[in-house]
Design a protein around this ligand. Sequence first.
Ligand SMILES: CCCC/C=C/CC(=O)SCCNC(=O)CCNC(=O)[C@H](O)C(C)(C)COP(=O)(O)OP(=O)(O)OC[C@H]1O[C@@H](n2cnc3c(N)ncnc32)[C@H](O)[C@@H]1OP(=O)(O)O
Length: 394
Amino acid sequence: MARVVGLLAHRWFSGAFRGPLQVIRCPAPQLHVSGPAMAASQEDFAKAMNQVKLLKEDPGNEVKLKLYALYKQATEGPCNAPKPGMLDFILKAKWDAWNALGNLPKETARQNYVDLVSSLSASSCSQVTPAADKKQAESDSLVVTSEDGITTIRLNRPAKKNALTTQMYRDIMRALEAASEDSSRITVLTGSGDYYCSGNDLTNFKDIPPDKVEERAQSSAVLLRDFVDRFIDFPKPLIAVVNGPAVGISVTLLGLFDVVYASDRATFHTPFSHLGQSPEGCSSYIFPKMMGPSKAAEMLIFGKKLTAREALAQGLVTAVFPDDTFQKEVWARLKAYAKLPPNAMRIAKRLMRHQEKEKLHAVNAEESRVLAERWVSDECITAIVAFLSKKAKL
Ligand SMILES: CCCC/C=C/CC(=O)SCCNC(=O)CCNC(=O)[C@H](O)C(C)(C)COP(=O)(O)OP(=O)(O)OC[C@H]1O[C@@H](n2cnc3c(N)ncnc32)[C@H](O)[C@@H]1OP(=O)(O)O
């Protein structure tokens, strides 16, 4: 421990503060399920010490001194070190800060330390994932956090109902790659705001020069195929926390998740025929197997929108929760799952997925190929033009 403090103190006062790991985004507030007024546990304290090393911005010497003092008070109690000489400025500043805490109880110092670190993390809007040596998110539209053994990938375009831009597909792929290698045990996909996701961002089709339409359809099909492949191959338990309505590809992909928890406000809509498009995400294979061919046809051919309860009855959703307790109940459950032995979980997943993998890749390839054809069809172009000119909504 003394080594850690020494290292931190060295970093702070030499200015080399930033840790080597890549910063992703703010921690998700709802991950903090523990009660508000409780004293910080040793575990919280240890986590806070780690978080300090990962702060994006140098919080400044005053805050660093405060952190130092609280740390010493929390671990050793009131200042008991001899006062340094006047000329030893750094040691003197540290000693003064510690000594100024007087007889503050260790528990209070621990709590204050945790609170201070948490406010610094929130204000510098930084959080890291352990495998963040890889570049993960290019924009604010995706927020990736890692905490309590759970890597959370959050779609973060609430004003656009979390519609997926081309960049977001790429960022999600990177986030999945990183999550498959980081120390987290389970991975969650969820959305910010009132929607889970409104599917493909239809403005992805905007401003394509006529002579590039075919080329763009082909490159989008490659992107789609790669994207869905990542879900097929993802090695750890993958959970969808469906916080609100889901549309298009965000619904079809659910068949590739291990568990799907939904708010009772969520709906599930795959309006492919309305859009002149065709099913993707392996849904043309998984949905009929899961819910029977005729229920799958209602969704995938006729675009029937399911309520959360209907989706539960069809096996698309694992459990439905009342919206007002959704986040609390789901995250409590996930935190418990994230304590299970990671290798056992991966092995169980591998055994379940293994027999189907080849088939799923083949289905994905075919669905992507067919969609490339649909994207250049009159039916599809008409539907997209109608949406973009605000004449049509689902
Ligand atoms: C490369 C891989 C390709 C994979 C292909 C996948 C296929 C699909 O995913 S198909 C599904 C495509 N999605 C849609 O067709 C949904 C279109 N959106 C809507 O019908 C409605 O917006 C809504 C029912 C989702 C919500 O309606 P509501 O009245 O509540 O809100 P709005 O005012 O319409 O939305 C707010 C804002 O968000 C924009 N927006 C919503 N969804 C999309 C979207 N999918 N693409 C682009 N933009 C979207 C909407 O236009 C509004 O924007 P403004 O505030 O600027 O008007």
